[in-house]
Design a protein around this ligand. Structure first.
Ligand code: ZN
Length: 507
């Protein structure tokens, strides 16, 4: 049994979750569930990033105590993950005392290694981005923040620095030696391009308490707190017990995949591997940066005011339809267009017409012709299915391991298409008319067995639907790829339910 350590970013709790957050966690959940049915032991970490002045200001604007505020928003995330069936193993919060302790230990260790120093610092500061910018950087952005175009303030103060520059050559070599460590390829090239064109500056990792008070106290100097990004990235280590449970760290580290949106690529592909390397550990194996969902040409974001609340969407179309749409519509890494029209098209054509209809009419026949009691001892894999199913089993695993979720779904649905065509070609209603009941029974058994296998393949994408299908098939299927084989001897006592995905009328 292999181990698989999977992380999402921890989400900033200055506002409630939107569809972008949901997307990252749905991808991660799909991957985690796949690894579990494949037999790996999985540790799936998600959580919330709760420090920084931005959060304190948000709490103040909300007229709430900061801790109450972060508790509340963090709960909103947890609640959404529950609604979306996100099967995380640990929900980490940067306000957890164990996390804060790990952050302190890391800084003490880096300091002992000679990687931290104090220096005078003068820069332009953007509060909403919690980022410092140099003279040139702000000048290039017309005196504004290069990231968000807001006003910046000139700041001059003493701070603690982490010697990022010392590891620049190491990072370049590491990237060269590991061409798959940043995915997709466009992001790998972006990181290398950045390193080619910019000299890495040391990272300012403290903030004076006089200016920023909501954070982890800097262990070397109580006048300071730890820079929020430095604090946040360390969740990937504190989440597996860094500083408390070395055995657990040894078991899970390095992370197998760090998933995130592309706007935080640099933090994960530049700062993070260096931080980990400086601690004497190997970097996480893959940093995978996915694209953005856009409405029209605009990124969905709080500042643009075009937020989509996933809870509203679920109420309308159900959890699995949303999960399916997001996983099927675009390949991982690309940007996608989010629209009700696109969602409805997917629901009506793929979910209602293809899989929903297959299950509904098969169970309908099972009940009409055999009162739902369908079994056989020699249910051979029909030639019609054979090729399709053989292609599926190997390619599915490869595609899923490669995080090519959209292609894997395409493959599953091509098999569903074969099954629907098999019904048309066999004309079971004619078999019934001819009273050829033994052939009819074997035929239905073949369909039910095919549906059982489909439900297994679909499980990482739409767990609720897979469970519903199995309930309707009257079997107690354990979701494991061990059960993916075609069975010659199979029995079902079906209980037809409502259609899995009712068509949505477009008026
Ligand atoms: Zn900014």
């Amino acid at each position: 049994m292999g181990k698989f350590y999977l992380t999402t970013p921890i989400y900033y709790v200055n506002a409630s979750p939107h569809i972008g957050h949901a997307y990252t966690n749905i991808i991660s959940d799909c991957l985690g569930r796949f690894k579990r049915i494949k037999g790996d032991e999985v540790f799936f970490l998600t959580g919330t990033d709760e420090h920084g002045e931005k959060i304190k200001k948000a709490a103040l604007a909300d007229n709430t105590d900061v801790l109450d505020f972060v508790n509340n928003v963090s709960d909103n995330f947890k609640n959404l993950w529950e609604k979306l069936n996100i099967s995380y193993d640990c929900f980490i919060r940067t306000t957890d005392s164990a996390h804060k302790e790990a952050v302190k230990q890391v800084i003490i260790k880096l300091n002992e290694n000679g990687d931290i120093y104090k220096a005078k610092y003068s820069a332009f500061y953007c509060m909403p981005c919690e980022s410092f910018w140099t003279d040139t950087q702000t000048k290039d952005a017309n005196g504004k923040c290069p990231l968000c175009s807001r006003e910046v303030e000139k700041v001059e103060e003493e701070n603690y620095f982490f010697k990022l520059s010392k590891y620049e050559d190491w990072l370049k070599q590491y990237l060269k030696d590991n061409p798959d460590c940043v995915r997709p390829k466009t992001r790998y090239n972006e990181v290398n391009g950045f390193l080619d064109n910019n000299k890495l500056a040391d990272l300012c990792i403290s903030r004076p308490k006089a200016r920023v008070s909501w954070g982890v106290e800097f262990p070397l100097d109580c006048e300071y707190v730890v820079y929020v990004w430095f604090d946040a990235l360390l969740n990937y280590l504190s989440g597996i017990g860094f500083g408390v449970d070395q055995e657990k760290v040894d078991k899970w580290w390095p992370a197998d995949v760090h998933l995130m949106a592309k706007d935080i690529l640099r933090h994960h592909a530049i700062f993070w591997p260096i931080m980990v390397h400086a601690l004497g550990l190997a970097p996480g194996k893959i940093v995978f940066a996915h694209g953005w969902w856009k409405i029209g040409d605009e990124k969905i974001s709080k500042s643009l005011g075009n937020i989509v609340n996933p809870l509203d969407v679920i109420k309308e179309i159900g959890v699995d339809a949303l999960r399916y749409f997001l996983l099927r519509e675009i390949p991982l890494g690309a940007d996608g267009n989010y629209s009700s029209e696109a969602i409805i098209t997917r629901i009506n054509s793929d979910l209602a017409n293809d899989v929903g209809n297959l299950v509904y009419r098969t169970l309908n026949m099972a009940e009409k012709y055999f009162q739902g009691d369908v079994s056989c001892d020699d249910c051979l894999l029909p030639v019609e299915f054979k090729q399709s199913l053989q292609a599926l089993s190997v390619r599915y695993i490869n595609l899923m391991d490669d995080l090519s979720f959209s292609k894997a779904l395409e493959l599953i649905f091509s098999f569903i298409g074969v099954m629907n065509k098999y019904i048309e070609d066999t004309k079971p209603w004619a078999l019934h008319k001819e009273n050829n009941l033994s052939r009819l029974k074997v035929f239905l058994c073949e369909l039910l067995e095919g549906i059982r296998i489909v439900s297994l393949y679909l499980y990482p994408f739409m767990p609720q639907t897979s469970e519903a299908i199995n309930k309707q098939l009257g079997i107690d299927l354990i979701f494991s790829l061990d059960n993916i084989q075609w069975r010659a001897k199979a029995g079902f006592s079906t209980k037809k339910g409502k259609p899995l995905f009712p068509r949505i009328d477009v008026s």
